[in-house]
Design a protein around this ligand. Structure first.
Ligand code: NAP
Length: 471
């Protein structure tokens, strides 16, 4: 596919091969952009920012509504592309395509709700006779950098709000999964997005991504990806605003009074969705001792019942890891936990990119499986006495995206919500619950700022104050 640069779809002699993680076959190529290309993109985005600012709200809404409708109409084509270039099964990919349409529709609706307030200047003696207000204005250029695991909806979560807020956006999608982003770019152009408001530049993060975040014309960097990359971006980007959606090792707590008929399907799905390559992946299952054995046995049974196979087969429940080095990285984390005394209950093996759904217990808190993000289909069980211990275990990490608690007791639920140091706490859903309208983001090493369309629009605007001295 070609990339979108300065209102033209362009090719380059040097390309990046996009492969299917199932079998390594090349499915397409995209240009490997250079820093000169990024300079052209930023120059075009400067013109695009002026055009975006002038674009009336009803035009922004019309483009986004139309894009949502067309994406919905083409859901199956988008889903097949997501499934082919990425790690999702076709059924998981359909859900992502449908959610991306939602995200664009929410962006269209949010465009009309960008408004300010008046201010009572006469609250200070001597400041009478004034009238004033403040309004959110577009920031100008938003840099959007996205990861491989949700190659369409996470792009929609940046491009939709940026357009709604009246900005230009330079998108640098993940090099492993750029095709869904490029297809969304084409869709937006076909829906009447004026020239140069959107650039989609394909290339290496360490080269063109770095050039993008360093550039002084960029006012907001909206990044979703790993913690180390996020920290590197903040260090090199300097004085600008950052929205950082980073990783986690999400804890789901199961109290002894939980309804396991509700809890277990949600936990099994959250543990193995997208083969665990998901920032909301149920990585740590923290279980009160009275139901520990039952939860453990049902999780292991759920893991073993999952059908693995080609992503495009309707019957496949779990797809591959993104590449072999990642499968080897996950295997090394499992091995390290076993050597440290962890007990493997099921799985642990891999063949190429296909990793077995894996469950361990008795993993020492010092091992990486308990501390870091695994980003693979591995869940560890931790047994606790009571809620206080569960909360202590859940909070004892440098991440804080979403946590969850299953309980029938309202008091327990409220205490958990209040004590868990996380950006979101789900009660009677696993950590993997999300709709696109909710504020989404983390504390500690999980990031800065919030997505979820309304909140992303907020991050992508800045307030201007007007004061009128009326005499
Ligand atoms: P990654 O390696 O950090 O890559 C993410 C993006 O950053 C890619 O587009 C990459 O480009 C680019 N990049 C790499 N180095 C860069 C640099 N120096 N400057 C600018 N851009 C650079 O992340 P990943 O492995 O694809 O994704 C996994 C992580 O994303 C996990 O930690 C996961 O939890 C997190 N995630 C978080 C959320 C959330 O909403 N909180 C959602 C999904 C995923 P290349 O592809 O060209 O290297």
């Amino acid at each position: 596919m070609e990339m979108l640069l300065a209102d033209a779809w362009v090719e380059r002699d040097t390309v990046i091969e996009v492969t299917d993680p199932d079998d390594g076959r090349v499915i397409d190529t995209v240009p490997q952009a250079t820093t000169d290309d990024m300079e052209r993109a930023l120059a075009a985005a400067s013109r695009g920012a002026a055009a975006a600012r002038r674009l009336p709200t009803h035009r922004r809404m019309a483009v986004l509504y139309e894009a949502a409708a067309r994406l919905e109409a083409e859901q199956e084509t988008f889903a097949r592309l997501i499934a082919r270039e990425g790690v999702k099964t076709i059924r998981e990919a359909r859900k992502e395509a449908s959610r991306a349409a939602d995200t664009l529709r929410l962006s269209a609706e949010e465009a009309r709700r960008i408004h300010g307030e008046t201010l009572a200047f006469d609250q200070r003696p001597g400041s009478e006779g004034r009238f004033g207000y403040y309004v959110p204005e577009p920031v100008g250029i938003v840099a959007a950098i996205t990861p491989f695991n949700d190659p369409l909806n996470l792009v929609a979560h940046k491009v939709g709000p940026a357009i709604a807020a009246g900005n230009a956006v330079v998108l640098k999608p993940d090099s492993k999964t750029p095709l869904s982003a490029l297809k969304l770019g084409r869709l937006l152009m076909d829906c009447g997005l004026p020239p140069e408001i959107l650039q989609v530049v394909t290339g290496r993060g360490s080269v063109v991504g770095d050039a993008l975040v360093r550039d002084g014309r960029v006012r907001v960097v909206s990044f979703t990806g790993g913690k180390e990359t996020g920290e590197a971006i903040v260090r090199s980007g300097g004085l600008k605003r950052y929205s950082m959606e980073l990783g986690s090792n999400a804890p789901t707590i199961v109290m002894a009074d939980a309804d396991l008929e509700v809890a277990m399907p949600s936990i099994v799905s959250g543990a193995f969705w997208a083969a665990g390559q998901n920032c909301l992946h149920v990585q740590r299952l923290v279980v009160q001792h009275g139901v520990y054995a039952e939860v453990r046995d049902r999780l292991v049974a759920g893991a073993e019942a999952l059908r693995r196979g080609p992503k495009l087969d309707e019957g496949t429940d779990m797809g591959p890891l993104i590449d072999v080095p990642n499968a080897e990285r996950v295997a090394a984390m499992v091995e390290e936990a076993r050597t440290a005394g962890g007990h493997l209950l099921t799985g642990g093996g891999h063949e190429g990119t296909r990793f077995e759904p894996t469950v361990l217990e008795a993993v020492p808190p010092s091992s990486r499986l308990a501390r870091d993000e695994v980003y693979g289909p591995v869940t560890i069980l931790e047994k606790v006495r009571d809620l206080d211990e569960a909360v202590a275990v859940a909070n004892a990490v440098d991440y804080g995206l979403q946590a969850a608690v299953f309980t029938r007791d309202l008091g327990t639920a409220h205490r958990a919500v209040s004590a868990l140091h996380y950006g979101g706490v789900m009660v009677n859903d696993s950590t993997d619950y999300r709709i696109d309208a909710m504020p989404f983001g983390g504390v500690k090493g999980s990031g800065l700022g919030r997505e979820g369309v309304r909140f992303a629009v907020h991050e992508m605007t800045e307030l201007k104050l007007a004061s009128f001295q009326l005499g």
